[in-house]
Design a protein around this ligand. Structure first.
Ligand code: BTN
Length: 260
């Protein structure tokens, strides 16, 4: 089945949320949804406004990487104005919303690789990028960017083959992007409305992390750490137990699972 064109109304019509996704701005082609979302946020667009691109020409990922999002995949950014205390939970909310939605719509089992990659069968199907503007103790805005490989033939792309997958590769059929996006927005709002109490969000995120208790290599800034991923705390920090017994906190980084 060929992918149908997305549109704003294919997302908003009958969407059962109170604010997330009630305003959707759709562009068939954009450099990055993050930039349009930032412009909207600076003009104080309604909280929950979603920018969707049919394809991105300059999609970006974490750690200054490029994110491939040709036509047929999901590329969206959500504009939020959270309290500073809620900021660390956005990573957890976004990954839980995507993981739950993929499972509900496709029946495929998902796991989360710390902090927020969504995996199917150990391969990455979704990446999440969060960009915040914070002044002192107040958050001007947060942009949550979500990219899902839906139609991508990851195995044909040298840079990501073996590490990434797509819903089409897993299911051998195309999925309607609008259905997945509507689920994500609904789930995102359900978790977001639990704030400022993040306990249950943290517990659910922790339970889905495939990284814990595994031997890992972590690239963080210029450093490389090897050890056992021992725990995470409620601010999302990962604790690595190194072979000499030292426990090191990792706030941001890239984790590779090592074979035991
Ligand atoms: C990562 O895993 O490195 C994060 C990837 C995030 C990609 C999404 S696609 C929608 C939004 N626009 C972007 O340019 N990036 C994010």
């Amino acid at each position: 089945m060929a992918q149908k064109e997305l549109s704003s109304s294919s997302i908003t019509d009958g969407l059962a949320t109170s604010f997330i996704g009630q305003k959707v701005i759709y562009h068939p082609r954009l450099p990055s949804t993050m930039d349009v979302a930032r412009l909207e946020a600076r003009q104080r667009t309604a909280e929950g406004t979603v920018i969707i691109a049919g394809e991105q020409t300059e999609g970006r990922g974490r750690m200054q990487r490029t994110w491939l999002s040709p036509s047929g995949n999901i590329a969206l950014s959500i504009v939020l104005y959270p309290d500073i205390k809620s900021l660390s939970y956005l990573v957890m909310i976004a990954s839980l919303a995507v993981a739950h939605s993929i499972e509900t719509v496709t029946g495929l089992k998902t796991r989360i690789k710390w902090p927020n990659d969504i995996l199917i069968g150990g391969k990455k199907v979704c990446g999440i990028l969060i960009e915040n503007e914070v002044k002192g103790n107040s958050v001007n805005y947060s942009i949550v960017g979500i990219g899902i490989n839906v139609d991508l033939k990851a195995s044909d792309i040298t840079e990501i083959s073996g590490m990434a997958t797509s819903l089409k590769e897993e299911l051998e059929r195309s999925m309607l992007r609008a259905i997945i996006i509507r689920h994500i927005l609904t789930e995102f709002e359900r978790f977001y409305l639990l704030l400022p109490d993040g306990q249950s969000i943290f517990k659910a995120w922790q339970a889905r992390l495939e990284t814990l208790e595994k031997k890992v290599m972590v690239k963080s800034g210029g450093d490389i750490l090897e050890g056992i991923a021992e725990s995470v705390d409620e601010s999302g920090v990962l604790m690595i137990r190194q072979p000499d017994g030292t426990l090191t906190k990792v706030v941001a980084g890239d984790v590779t699972l090592r074979h035991q």
